[in-house]
Structures are given as structure tokens and as C-alpha cells.
Design a protein around this ligand. Structure first.
Ligand code: ZN
Length: 429
């Protein structure tokens, strides 16, 4: 069973890796996924590359990081948990007073057993993270006059790169479904690894299908900058061929199923997702697009306009363990992943099978030269003629056959008939 296999892989192999937006952790993660799926292609985009309004950041890598007390005892140690270091910390090797060092130690007073996950990607900073209980204990153990040494052996390489992975399952049609998930968080399970686990289960599932009606493209990217870099490379192709898809994040706990529709909430992806919940008899919560926080932001932005919905169990930022060391494989379970996978698989399957006609010609095609123009202006011929033209008006890749039959107020089998004639004449995809 694929859920068990990829769950175990994530828990035992991927979880300990120190991932960030860039660096060896992302590459190692992609290499492990590629071992499972050799068709995965690993791309790189050089640091400094302009991608829309952003620049790909320098590549960040860490060898070691710790704080030493006056007796050279390591009182905070990155090697015990990679959450102990603020992501993208700049290198440091310096002594500090007690007051100074504690200003660089972050904790959560209201979650005293959790190590917080903190990053500073775009502002130069260094810092450590500890559970609040640990921090208080340390604070009590030392005098105000005590000295400490912070050592961070990190590297920010402006000649480095950003990596992402892509796997394409070719279908009969060029029409494409995008499954996006991210691989940029260090040791956390729901906010990060749950998405890749479900994506791997989906690849495994759909690659076994004999005839896929549509192409499915899977991407494993660093969040935000990764989707921006990916879009800047592929936007015109995607705009032409993408019909829908899903962003998978926080999809492995056992709490309530939830989702976020694409921006206007009426895309084929949204409808496929609702149909999937219905088929599986799952009650779900719909989060407003105004609460977006993951890559749905990029896919739905003006001019990009790719109708991508997000599938969650607990939404990011809405569950207590979010962005802390408590987001681990105690809350992400095989059962939770299986539930998320079922919804995603069902939704993708519905989307793959949907007929989503797309007009191949700009403006009205000339029907006469194709023998589709009513030469006799009888009422019946005019009606059929109008049917073709109305169908073509709504064949913009945003409506499936059912939507079009509703819009035209005609029966589904008539819509299907018109579709087949238009397709035969090479007027729709
Ligand atoms: Zn996150």
C-alpha cells in the first residue's frame, strides 16, 4: 500500500533533513523522491535570477550551529533539532553577554514545550529557537555577568541556486492538471511533508493507469519563491494548456477536512473537489480565499489566473502545532494521510475525466468554409447554427460540458453532440 510506504519514507528519511528555500536539504529531498520516481526531473534556477518582481535568494547551507556557555558546554545545539536555528541565519562566531544572547533566543510563552519555527529569508539576521521551558531553565542557570559564544557555520552563496522537482505523466490530451506541493520546511510533518507524501501516493496511483485522458504535472517546490520561479518559466504554456489542479499542504492530520477554492470559487477545480467530497461522503470546511497563505496566492494572481484550489485537513496557521516542533508524526498519521490522499485522488480523477472544451480559434470561426453554416435560413438550421456558436462562446477552458449545457439551457447529450462535431472540425480541444 503506497500510503504506508511513503509515510514511512517521510517519517524516517525525509523528516530529519534540514530543508529551506534553497540548499542541500532541498536537493537531498528531491534526490530521495527521484529514487522512488526516476522520471522526476530536478531543475535549478541560479541565485540572483529575476523571477517576476523577485530575485532568487542566495543558497543557504548550514554545517553546524550552537551556543556555548562559559564552560564551553553546548547549551543550544542545531544538531539536536534543526528547528533550533532560525532559517537563513547569517554566519556568526562571537561572544555575547547574557542579555545579548537571550535577545537572539526565540520561544513561545503560550506553548512552553514547543520549539518555534522561525525564518528570516530576506532580512539578514541570526537567531536560535528553544522551547520556552528550556529557555527559562537556562536563564535561571546563569548570572548576568556570564559570557556566551554563538557559533553559526552557515553559508549564503550568491552563486548558488534554487532547486525544484517536476514529474509529468503524459495523457492523451495536452490539457493539463497541476499538482503543486512544497519541500522547504525543516523537520515538520503536516506543514511540509504531508503534501509530498500525498503527491507521491498520487504519482504512484496515476502512473499505473493505462490511459490518462489528461496530462498531470507534479511539482515539488520551495513555497512562494519556488512557485514564482516555476511560473516565470512555464506561464505561457500553462495558460494555454492548464485546466485546473490543486495545491497540497497540511493534508495529513486526522482533524476535519478543509479546502480553499480558487479565487472566484467557480472553477472546474473547485467543482471537482466538491464532487470528490460528495462521493466520499466527507463533510468539509471551506476557507475563504482571503485567508490564503500558500502557493494558491501565486497561481490565482491577476494575469497568472490558473484555477488552482488547495486541499487541506487542518489549514496552515489554524492548528496549534503549526510552525513548531509539535508538528510531527504524532499528529500526521497514516490514517490522516490516507484521508487526504482519498480526497486528492478522487478530485484529480474527476478532473482528468471531465470534458473541458477549449476554443482553438480567436474570434468567431468562419463556419461556412467548414460546412457548418446554415445555408438555408430555415428556423431549424438557424437553431443548430446558434447552438454551435453559443457552445463556442463558452468553450473557453473554464467550463466543463455540464456547465456549458446549463449555460445553453440544453440537454447534456445535445451538448455532447455539438462538442463532437466541433471537435471533428478542429474548432475545440
Ligand atoms: Zn509553513
Amino acid at each position: 500500500m503506497s500510503v504506508k510506504k511513503y509515510y514511512k519514507l517521510a517519517k524516517h528519511v525525509l523528516f530529519p533533513i534540514c530543508r529551506s528555500l534553497t540548499g542541500s536539504g532541498v536537493r537531498e529531498t528531491l534526490k530521495i523522491i527521484k529514487k522512488e520516481f526516476p522520471k522526476l526531473k530536478i531543475y535549478k534556477v541560479s541565485s540572483g535570477t529575476k523571477v517576476f518582481d523577485w530575485n532568487v535568494p542566495p543558497e543557504w547551507n548550514v554545517k553546524d550551529a550552537y551556543i556555548l556557555d562559559k564552560n564551553s558546554r553546548k547549551i543550544v545545539n542545531f544538531k539536536n533539532s534543526n528547528l533550533h536555528l532560525v532559517g537563513y541565519s547569517v554566519p556568526v562566531n562571537k561572544s555575547f553577554s547574557k542579555k545579548e544572547i537571550f535577545e537572539h533566543i526565540h520561544s513561545l510563552a503560550n506553548q512552553p514545550t514547543a520549539i518555534p519555527y522561525i525564518t528570516s529569508y530576506y532580512k539578514k539576521y541570526w537567531g536560535f529557537c528553544l522551547s520556552h521551558n528550556e529557555k527559562l531553565k537556562l536563564y535561571k542557570n546563569y548570572r548576568n555577568s556570564d559570557k556566551f559564544k554563538a557559533v553559526i557555520k552557515s553559508n549564503l552563496n550568491s552563486k548558488g541556486c534554487l532547486n525544484y522537482g517536476e514529474l509529468i505523466l503524459k495523457g492523451k490530451s495536452k490539457q493539463e492538471i497541476l499538482i503543486s506541493t512544497y519541500i522547504c520546511h525543516p523537520s515538520m510533518a503536516n506543514d511540509d511533508l504531508s503534501g509530498p507524501i500525498v503527491s507521491m501516493c498520487l504519482i504512484n496511483y496515476f502512473s499505473k493507469m493505462k490511459k490518462l485522458d489528461k496530462t498531470i504535472r507534479f511539482i515539488f517546490i520551495p513555497e512562494t519563491i519556488g512557485s514564482i520561479a516555476f511560473l516565470s518559466k512555464n506561464l505561457s504554456y500553462l495558460k494555454k494548456n492548464l485546466v485546473g489542479g490543486f495545491n497540497l499542504t497540511c493534508i495529513g492530520d486526522e482533524r476535519r477536512h478543509s479546502c480553499m477554492f480558487s479565487k472566484y470559487g467557480n472553477s472546474v477545480s473547485d467543482k471537482a473537489l466538491v464532487a470528490a467530497y460528495k462521493r466520499l461522503k466527507i463533510k468539509f470546511k471551506k476557507h475563504s480565499f482571503l485567508e490564503r497563505g500558500s502557493d494558491e496566492r501565486q497561481y490565482n494572481s491577476p494575469g497568472v489566473d490558473l484555477p488552482i484550489a488547495s486541499i487541506f485537513r487542518s489549514k496552515y496557521a489554524k492548528y496549534p502545532e503549526y510552525h513548531t516542533s509539535l508538528d510531527n508524526f504524532n499528529i500526521v498519521t497514516e490514517k490522516g494521510i490516507k484521508g487526504g490522499f482519498d480526497v486528492a485522488r478522487e478530485a484529480v480523477e474527476i478532473l482528468v475525466k471531465k470534458i473541458i472544451p477549449k476554443n482553438k480559434i480567436l474570434c468567431e470561426p468562419q463556419m461556412g468554409k467548414r460546412g457548418l453554416y446554415a445555408t438555408l435560413s430555415t428556423k431549424d438550421e438557424k437553431k443548430i447554427q446558434r447552438g454551435y456558436m453559443s457552445f463556442l462562446q463558452y468553450a473557453d477552458g473554464k467550463n466543463d460540458l455540464e456547465d456549458i449545457s446549463t449555460l445553453l439551457n440544453i440537454k447534456l447529450n445535445l451538448a455532447n453532440k455539438i462538442y463532437n462535431i466541433l471537435k471533428k472540425n478542429n474548432l475545440v480541444d
